[in-house]
Write a protein that binds this ligand. Structure first.
Ligand code: WAQ
Ligand code: MG
Length: 271
């Protein structure tokens, strides 16, 4: 099985030159035709309007995808943007990200400009990505059929059966496999999608309901980075193929206290 050649399949759709939808994954040859069909259908029936241009890329991967587990997932019981801010400061500061950096990330994500990729920020809030307008795009990630079935089932149990959660979890799981990445803050650019997340290796993927007010058409991602070679990190994010083949637990809603206690447990176990 593992000797099979893998392919990266990516789709980007736009209408009047404005991005409307995108999707990507890593697949074996026999699945390519169905995936291309599925992605094309998705682009033609998107909420933001029918695409007038669909770009598809199918590329043989020269490198064998690295197999990883997903981050564990849970949802914080936040009721409004203020509660989200408080929780984000609390959680991210326990993993060494300064308040200044967190403040900087929130400010940059609320200016109203949507970047194509993510900001890279050191723990003091200094931006490290070479192209400050575009950011860094994470690509070449996917999930195996088996893991996808397990994840869909777990998310369905939580009432979370949607592509948005699944795709964000796959992306974050790739990103946080890289030791230089300490944490992440993400806000969707979809005006109707008001749940964001923070992610880190120690806390996993924490969904944050009400991270933004409904109607705001912008969002973004900030990756908080600690010492190391930024060029190598960018290369990993953009080109190293990563395939999720194992799903860590997906849980329901937790309080901030429960989440913070959990980290200290994990830490003491791993010592
Ligand atoms: N690499 C880096 N940054 C990206 C990428 C990528 N592949 N895709 C999107 N971004 C940046 C870009 O600035 C977008 O504007 C921003 O992130 C948000 O992207 O569990 O849908 O695709 O319910 O709008 C969170 C799900 C959904 C929370 C996030 O992001 C949950 C989402 P979107
Ligand atoms: Mg979006």
């Amino acid at each position: 099985m593992s000797k099979h050649i893998h392919y990266s399949v990516r789709m980007r759709a736009s209408k009047n030159s404005v991005h409307v939808s995108g999707a990507e994954g890593i697949y074996e040859k026999d699945d390519i035709i169905n995936v291309v069909k599925e992605y094309t259908e998705r682009a033609l029936t998107h909420d933001k309007g029918k695409a007038d241009e669909i770009r598809l890329a199918v590329e043989e991967l020269k490198e064998k995808p690295r197999k990883i587990s997903s981050l564990p997932l849970c949802t914080l019981n936040t009721k409004n943007t203020e509660a989200v801010r408080k929780a984000v400061f609390k959680i991210l500061s326990t993993i060494g990200i300064t308040e200044r950096a967190i403040e900087e990330a929130f400010t940059s994500l609320n200016i109203g400009i949507t970047m194509r990729g993510a900001m890279l920020m050191d723990i003091e809030g200094v931006r490290l990505e070479p192209d400050l307008l575009r950011g860094v795009r994470v690509t070449r990630m996917g999930i195996t059929k088996n893991a996808d079935a397990v994840l869909s089932k777990q998310l369905a149990k939580l009432g979370l059966k949607n592509d948005t959660v699944q795709e964000a979890l796959i992306l974050a799981s790739k990103v946080h496999k890289y030791p230089m990445v300490l944490g992440e803050l993400c806000i969707s650019d979809d005006p109707n999608y008001t749940t964001g997340y923070i992610a880190s290796r120690s806390f996993g993927y924490i969904r944050l309901p009400h991270i933004k007010k409904r109607g705001l058409p912008y969002g973004g991602r900030a990756f908080f980075i600690t010492g190391g070679e930024v060029k190598e990190l960018i290369k990993y994010l953009q080109t190293t193929p990563v395939l999720i083949d194992n799903i860590k637990p997906c849980e329901g809603t937790l309080t901030l206290k429960e989440i913070l206690e959990r980290k200290s447990h994990r830490k003491s176990h791993s010592r």
